[in-house]
Design a protein around this ligand. Structure first.
Ligand code: DAK
Length: 258
């Protein structure tokens, strides 16, 4: 089978790198690529030596969307039977933080994949969009829902109904990306962010990620109750003892993830 994903669990200390690797097709997300991406992410999620994951493409494209050539001849029942959602749902359940390092095109499913990640570092050359409307369909992997929660109704309407692309700066203004950096620095910047997070307690990081994601899925009171339980749970960890002792003793904490 072709290798559509390059995976490096030792990219930087405690940081795993997953690279989409269908460059000729601008990393169009065919089923094989998505399956390999899911497997690589699950493997890194289970690897105790990794605390944070970066997903990237190449300079020209993060991913130009789902593979239109693979989808073109399908009918509704074919799509239903393929059940791509189980793959996307598995990625959604990854517990470790995932940072998308994006350069070039992040379109359709490519942009939806970015939004499935937890943070996004964009190069100045990045272009985002949901152009599905141009090929007679609409976003199907969270484009209308996740984007609406970030950019608000009028902006998501314009982007989805026109299919137009926006540049990295506009994406930043809309809150879709954390920051924009020169193209030669986007992976480095993502690695810096990942490395910073790796210094924290991985248990606290994962509990915080889980709680933040709940904010997008629940009413406030339910989310607050969930947050509270995760907060109490962290007092059962050695990392909490270490973190608070380190503060009192005026030294840097050494978190073991226990
Ligand atoms: N699919 C297949 N091939 C693609 C592709 C795509 N999305 N995007 C680009 N390619 C291929 C091109 O066909 C071309 O291949 P050859 O002709 O050389 O064989 C090669 O990549 C280079 O592309 P271009 O020659 O077109 O390059 P340009 O620089 O001229 O244009 C472009 C770049 C990104 C503006 C253009 O390629 C483009 O408009 N691409 C399509 C963008 C698009 O419409 N994306 C949305 C696709 S629909 C779901 C999950 C996800 C989805 C749905 C459901 N479930 C979980 C159920 C997602 C749907 C979508 O993303």
């Amino acid at each position: 089978m072709s290798q559509f994903i390059l995976s490096n669990p030792n990219f930087a200390p405690m940081v795993g790198l997953v690279q989409l690797n269908r460059p000729k097709e601008l990393n169009a997300l065919n089923l094989e690529l998505m399956g390999q991406l899911r497997d690589a992410l699950v493997e890194m999620d289970e690897n105790p030596d990794i605390r944070c994951i970066i997903v990237t493409g190449n300079e020209r494209a993060f991913a130009a969307g789902a593979d239109i050539k693979q989808m073109a001849g399908k009918n509704a029942i074919d799509m239903l039977k393929i059940d791509q959602f189980s793959t996307w749902d598995t990625i959604r359940r990854v517990k470790k933080p995932i940072i998308a390092a994006v350069s070039g095109f992040a379109l359709g499913g490519g942009h939806e994949l970015c939004m499935l990640c937890d943070m996004i570092i964009a190069s100045e050359t990045a272009k985002f969009g949901q152009p599905e409307i141009n090929i007679g369909v609409m976003p199907g992997a969270g484009g209308t829902q996740r984007m609406a929660r970030v950019v608000g109704k009028v902006n998501v309407m314009e982007l989805v109904l026109t299919g137009k692309f926006i540049d990295a700066q506009r994406a930043y203004e809309l809150g879709l990306v954390n920051r924009v950096v020169p193209v030669e620095l986007y992976l480095e910047e993502a690695t810096k962010l990942a490395t910073e997070i790796c210094q924290k307690s991985p248990l606290a990081v994962q509990a915080a990620k889980e709680s933040i994601l709940k904010a997008y899925e629940t009413p406030l009171q339910e989310g607050l109750a969930f947050e509270r339980k995760n907060f109490y749970m962290l007092f059962a960890t050695e990392d909490q003892k270490e973190g608070m002792a380190a503060f009192v003793e005026k030294r840097k904490a050494d978190f073991k993830g226990k």
